[in-house]
Each structure stands twice: as C-alpha cells, then as structure tokens.
Design a protein around this ligand. Structure first.
Ligand SMILES: Cc1cc2nc3c(=O)[nH]c(=O)nc-3n(C[C@H](O)[C@H](O)[C@H](O)COP(=O)(O)OP(=O)(O)OC[C@H]3O[C@@H](n4cnc5c(N)ncnc54)[C@H](O)[C@@H]3O)c2cc1C
Length: 252
C-alpha cells in the first residue's frame, strides 16, 4: 500500500474576503516546493494545535480551491455555532496573517465530473463551493446542467466560470444546517433531464441524506452516476462527524 505523504509546512502569504462568509487564505513557502501539480479540487488536512486534554493535532479537511506555481488557495467558510463560537479551523483562518505557518497533510484526490454526460446535476453548500467551482471550470464549454448552491448570504454568490449551458441557482440560508430539504427540494423542482445524467453533491450531513434519498432511492442513480458526500454535520465537530459518517455507511 502506498504510504501517506508526510505533512508539509506551509506559510500564509495572503488572506482576503471572497464574500461575507468566505475567507481565502493563500499558502506558499517551503511546503510548496515540488508540490504535485494540478491538485485543485483535491483536499488537504490542516494539522492544528491539539485541543485541550488531547495530545494529537486537531485535523480539519479543506479543498484546494486553486493551485499556482508555488502557492495554493484554500477557502474557509465563516460559520458560527449556536453559542457564537467557531471551530478551530475557522478560528485559525480568522487569526492567520502573512507569515503564519501550518502543517498540511495530503493532498487527497479530487472528485471531478466525468466527461461526456448529457446533463450534470450539482448540489452543494458553501463548504463544497470550492470543489464545485473547480469542477465547473473544468467542464467542456458545451456541457449542460444545473447547479443548486446554498449560501449564507445573498452576497456570498460568486462569479463561477461555468459553461453557459449550466444554470446556477443560488439558495440563501443564513443558518447553515437548519434546512436539510433545501437543496433536495430545489432539484426535485426541475424536470428530470433526458439522456445520461451524472449527479455530484456535497454538503451538510442531513442535506446529504435528503439528496441521497432523491438521487439514489427515487431516481435510481447508481454509484457510477452519483458522487455524494457529507462534508460536515450540524452540531458535531469534524472528528464526531467522521464517526457519524462511518455509522451511516455501515447502515446503508
Ligand atoms: C473533502 C472535504 C472538503 C472540504 N472542503 C472545505 C472547504 O474547502 N471549505 C470549508 O469551509 N469547509 C470544507 N469542508 C468542511 C470542513 O471540513 C468542516 O466544516 C469542518 O468541520 C470545519 O472545521 P472547524 O474546526 O471550523 O469546525 P469543527 O470543530 O469541525 O466544528 C465546530 C462546530 O462548527 C459547526 N460547523 C462546522 N462547519 C460548519 C459550517 N460550514 N457551517 C456551520 N457550522 C459548521 C460544527 O457542526 C460544530 O458544531 C470540507 C470537508 C470535506 C470532508
């Protein structure tokens, strides 16, 4: 079995707001030397300081939104828990400034859209917006489809380099994780497309389950026609979300 690549030490070289709820951190430095090329859409594992009472780093998963010579962008959704606090990765991004260093595991593989489909159905919340943006950029310009995207604020809509034939529908929900049927409902509202359909969805756990019910159980899309993933779970941190995912995978 291939061994995991050792974590690399990255240095923050820039930070800017992409929209009210999205913060872009550009990483570079020593860790980018000989970094494998074209990893945009793949994921990295931030290795943050251990939480109180733990001795291992706190690990959080993020997407490589873009990669250039010697640098990469990672987009952090700014979210708050009901008590107004943030998770450690969000806290790290908020506090990061040029010169801040971070160890990064990965990269793990991207989940691109397969070529040659007649229609692409895409659904995601802001955590999946980086991966979806990369996938839309890579589609042939004559591709057709629809993408339903849940954002926290009207101003979180981004200009996406999608083919003209891919319609983008923005759904605003200021409290992510509270409307599990929002994305599935938006896809249910469209006329089911003709021909070869491929669906790609990533979002909060309960939204993922509603989408899976629609796309797999109701519409019968098999594993070769459907990529679906839970990226986080409301009320759980990433470690406990992973456990919930494992239980879910064993149950279905
Ligand atoms: C393959 C993959 C790629 C991902 N890519 C990205 C990415 O590019 N950008 C990105 O922002 N996220 C991305 N995520 C999701 C990200 O890993 C989680 O949101 C993670 O929990 C954030 O860590 P944290 O330390 O801020 O919060 P945690 O400590 O994990 O959680 C603390 C609290 O915050 C809540 N919470 C976590 N995320 C959100 C959210 N988005 N909205 C509202 N509440 C939340 C949790 O439910 C919990 O109550 C990705 C996940 C996966 C699996």
């Amino acid at each position: 079995m291939a061994s995991r690549p050792a974590p690399r030490t990255m240095t923050v070289i820039a930070k800017r707001k992409v929209s009210p709820s999205m913060l872009r951190v550009t990483l570079g430095g020593e860790g980018m030397v000989d970094y494998p090329p074209d990893q945009q859409g793949g994921y990295v594992k931030l290795r943050l300081a251990p939480l109180p009472g733990k001795d291992k780093p706190t690990v959080r998963t993020y997407t490589i939104r873009a990669q250039r010579e010697g640098e990469m962008d990672v987009d952090f959704v700014l979210h708050e828990t009901p008590d107004g606090s943030h998770g450690p990765a969000t806290d790290w991004a908020l506090a990061a400034e040029p010169g801040t260093v971070i160890d990064l595991g990965g990269p793990g593989p991207a989940k691109p859209l397969p070529e040659g489909m007649d229609f692409y159905l895409i659904a995601g919340d802001m955590t999946a917006l980086p991966a979806i943006s990369v996938n839309l950029e890579a589609l042939p310009r004559d591709a057709k489809g629809i993408a339903v995207l849940e954002v926290q604020d009207d101003a979180d809509r981004q200009d996406l380099a999608a083919p003209e034939g891919v319609e983008i529908r923005w759904l605003v929900n200021p409290q992510p994780g509270t409307q599990p049927d929002l994305l599935a409902g938006a896809l249910r509202d469209i006329a089911w497309p003709q021909g070869d359909v491929h669906a790609w969805a990533a979002c909060e756990f309960s939204s993922m389950k509603a989408l899976r019910g629609l796309l797999r159980e109701e519409r019968g899309l098999g594993p070769d026609r459907l990529y679906i993933s839970s990226y986080w779970k409301s009320g759980l941190d990433e470690d406990n979300h992973k456990l919930a995912k494992r239980e879910d995978a064993e149950a279905v």
